[in-house]
Write a protein that binds this ligand. Sequence first.
Ligand code: CMC
Length: 437
Amino acid sequence: MPKPPFASKSGGSATVVIGNKSIELPISRGTIGPDVVDVRKLYSDGDVFTYDPGFTSTASCESAITYIDGDEGVLLYRGYPIEQLAEHSDFIEVCYLLLHGDLPSADQLKTFRNAITRHTMVHEQISMFFRGFRRDAHPMAVMCGVVGALSAFYHDSTDINDPMQRTIASHRMIAKMPTIAAMAYKYSIGQPFIYPQNNLNYSENFLRMCFAVPAEEHKSNPVLARALDRIFILHADHEQNASTSTVRLAGSSGANPFACIAAGIACLWGPAHGGANEAALKMLEEIGHVSRIPEYVARAKDKNSGFRLMGFGHRVYKNYDPRAKVMQQTCHEVLDELGIRNDPLLQVAMELEKIALNDPYFVEKKLYPNIDFYSGITLKALGFPTSMFTALFALARTVGWIAQWAEMIEDPSQKIGRPRQLYVGAPKRDYVPVHKR
Ligand code: CMC
């Protein structure tokens, strides 16, 4: 995988005054987006740390993969707007783009597609590994375990210092994630695992592995497969979000790539992150009818209720999430194709969106629908149970995690991630034997 084509440039300096000491800190400039103040020498020169819980103002790395302008609602993969990729590209081409930095030539794309297609099967013993889980295990619990276990099966792709092994590990994970996610689903409903089929494209193959049964012919629906492919594109990367930062942090210690991706899956599971699509659909089902929307909007505005409108708000987007726009359109396409007219959940979602977008609370706090608002309805219509939603997110995000992990490994300035803290515990004190306490 190539090095980023451009590195940051010097953009002047900032002066920090601590007591009677003045410290000059360099400012670095990227290609677009805010400059950063490089605080690396703050501790050695000033004996202070910066304090930024939740990393709201902290850039943890240089990256050339994904750019978000949260105020304008812009998302670019390697410079290409998400809307253009969703319309013209497909998930495998987007995987190549994220991993390699540029769109592939026809030959490069063919070779890459072939490599991914040829890695979709999992070691046969992995099916026995599945049987150790309870049938009612959440698919994300299964994914964390099985993806972590891949390092026990593929010893020839765990050496992070070998570029060839890193590439093989990347191809394996992109290729096997649909197989593993589909197996998690089949296991939960007690149906036999369906092997991948190489004459199908990535999304058709995944739909078949989820919904085919050995007793019947399975016919893929190109409209639904294309919609799922677009959902994968929308979820493929999102710069330094919680799960990606987790993958980078895990990888910074030199952990093998399968272990790092398993760490990312664990982080993604939380309802404030990838688990929000499941939570958003459950919320829409709970609301049930447009007449109950005002009650839920009032609860979301009441700090003491502990309730938030799931699928609303974002740490970075203070405008409409550009992915949500494409997702809304995809949602309509899927429902039309399936002949689902007047879906009550869609009606609740559209009305809720309208009300929230005009409510001063949401307007002032710049809370807009995010990608998860419409994805739940779409995935439900495609036939997935809510418990699978986050697993699908993990499947699609795997390429982003891998691209970010590889970029970090290839970055000569990479160090083990090791934040500092503001200690507020007891100062040094002497141990007191238990009979004297
Ligand atoms: N409903 C009601 N109020 C909200 C919501 C919401 N969904 N989101 C934020 N707020 C309020 C929050 O109470 C706070 O109010 P105040 O300033 O009065 O204390 C203010 O808006 C800022 O919220 P925050 O929690 O400080 O913002 P954050 O950047 O830390 O959180 C978030 C971002 C996504 C965690 C949050 O908006 C949220 O919990 N949303 C619902 C869960 C969700 O949809 N998550 C999916 C994110 S998109 C998928 C992904 O990329 O993972």
